[in-house]
Write a protein that binds this ligand. Structure first.
Ligand code: TRP
Length: 468
């Protein structure tokens, strides 16, 4: 049963525009900032390999599930899940997927805005010539000094939030399309420029080796699995309903499988490209690959600082990164926003402002994690920022994604599934069921059990001790 052929929030005007919007969501600071720094912290090759396998085997089928559920429901993830559980006569508890997604969205956007603010500040710094012929030392101290100032961080975080609120208040399908058309290809071009620089930097071989030489002993560390898998979800914008929300605006005639594949390839090439640009610079300058969140903010200015017209290109680079962050932030807020508009018939603008204020407040915790609260640990060694990041990326997104795939493959009526995916042959149907319905959820489960087992075992042991 088709529920509606159009969404009340608007529609993408073509397949290509959906590809651009979804790629705009997927490509963000997760690719350019987070992927290299996570790979750096987790030893390179083994991490990159797990990440790539997760994108292919887990990410792609789950993205297909999200988009198809969204297109069938044509509403916000919560309303979509409500409609689909009703029409398929499934337990209403499945709507939990939608709620968890909204919560994850708040958590993610709260710190995403903080880091996006860093990129905006770097537009400014680069334009002012701060990094002209800078040494690694200058690049590092500039970054550290910036992080040490809560006021500066708040200033840029606030600016980023205001721009985001302003745009989401107007609706996603309007206005943004033209901008994405122009900026995404430009970002690609600038990444290529950086790559060319990296190839000639003297550290290229080492960089490539770091990213692709797999140290098999690293697989024995349970943490690396959950972090790499979480990164695959994060970078593809999966597990919290963002793609479901965007799926709701996809026209009927678009082929979901091939479209999702295009998006995943675009996203992965930007991440791998960013790694290949950044690690050579790290090694050529004797920097630390495992230095954490500052990695991109130290290496990229350093490289542009040594190029002719570096200040111009460097500025442009950070403008594009900020823009990529903006198109991602928009998609993070869309599930909650669309839901509130539907449920309360509220004005988009008002809802946008309320959501923005909550995210902004929550984001202050991340701001302070880099200065005032640097020594406050929520659990183990994790600061507030680390904790919010860990729980949302590594636990909520994979859990949400797993449930989404199970629901889409096993609980939707067969006719709906076949119609949405355009499946005609039995073989394709069997393959889809195997990959989407068994392999992907099982991989998530296996990683959860493997990584969280020691934690669970310890909890059990403690409880036993308590009970004597
Ligand atoms: N994928 C984006 C990035 O790589 C971030 C993002 C946008 C996201 N929407 C999301 C992450 C939804 C998780 C869930 O920067």
């Amino acid at each position: 049963m088709a529920l509606a052929s159009e969404s009340r929030h608007g529609m993408w005007s073509s397949r290509w525009l959906f590809v651009l919007a979804a790629a705009g969501s997927a490509v963000g600071i997760g690719n350019i900032w987070k992927f290299p720094y996570m790979a750096g912290e987790n030893g390179g090759g083994a991490f990159v390999l797990i990440y790539l396998v997760c994108v292919a085997l887990v990410g792609i089928p789950i993205m297909m599930s999200e988009v198809l559920l969204g297109r069938e429901g044509r509403s916000s993830p919560i309303t979509t899940m409500r409609k689909l559980t009703e029409s398929a006569k499934r337990h209403p508890l499945w709507v939990f997927i939608g709620w968890m997604g909204v919560l994850a969205g708040f958590l993610i956007l709260s710190y995403y805005a903080v880091v996006a603010g860093w990129a905006m500040n770097y537009v400014w710094l680069t334009a002012a010539g701060t990094f002209d012929n800078a040494t690694a030392e200058v690049a590092s101290t500039t970054f550290d000094a910036f992080l040490a100032s809560p006021w500066q961080l708040i200033l840029w975080q606030t600016l980023f939030m205001i721009i985001t609120i302003w745009i989401i208040g107007r609706g996603v399908t309007q206005g943004l399309e033209t901008a994405i058309r122009l900026f995404m290809p430009m970002l690609f071009l600038l990444l290529v420029t950086l790559l060319v620089y990296a190839v000639n930097s003297g550290g290229f071989e080492q960089g490539v080796a770091f990213m692709f030489d797999v140290d098999y002993s690293a697989f024995a560390k349970p943490e690396i699995w959950i972090i790499a898998m979480g990164q695959a979800f994060f970078t593809l914008s999966l597990g919290m309903g963002a793609m479901m929300a965007y799926g709701a605006y996809v026209p009927e005639n678009v082929n979901i499988g091939s479209t999702v594949l295009t998006i995943a390839i675009l996203d992965t090439s930007v991440a791998v490209g960013a790694g290949l640009a950044i690690f050579p610079i790290v090694f050529a300058n004797g920097l630390d690959a495992a230095q954490g969140p500052g990695l991109m903010f130290v290496t990229v200015p350093l490289a542009f600082g040594q190029l002719p017209l570096g200040a111009v290109f460097g500025t442009l680079f950070f403008v594009l990164v900020s823009f990529a962050a903006l198109t991602s932030a928009i998609s993070i807020s869309e599930p909650a926003l669309a839901y509130l508009v539907e449920e309360y018939n509220a004005k988009r603008k008002r809802v946008a402002i309320s959501l923005g204020v909550i995210c902004w407040l929550l984001g202050l915790g991340s701001v302070f994690s880099f200065n005032l609260w640097a020594d406050v640990h929520i659990v183990g060694e994790l600061t507030f920022f680390d904790f919010v990041d860990y729980v949302s990326q590594n636990i909520m997104l994979p859990l949400g994604g797993m449930l989404i795939a199970i629901f889409a493959v096993w609980l939707l009526p067969k006719t709906v599934l076949a119609k949405q995916l355009g499946i005609e042959s039995r073989a394709v149907s069997v393959l889809w069921k195997f990959v989407g319905g068994i392999l992907a959820p099982l991989c998530v489960l296996a990683v959860f059990v493997y990584t969280l087992w020691p934690v669970i075992a310890e909890l059990v042991a403690r409880v036993r001790e308590l009970l004597g």
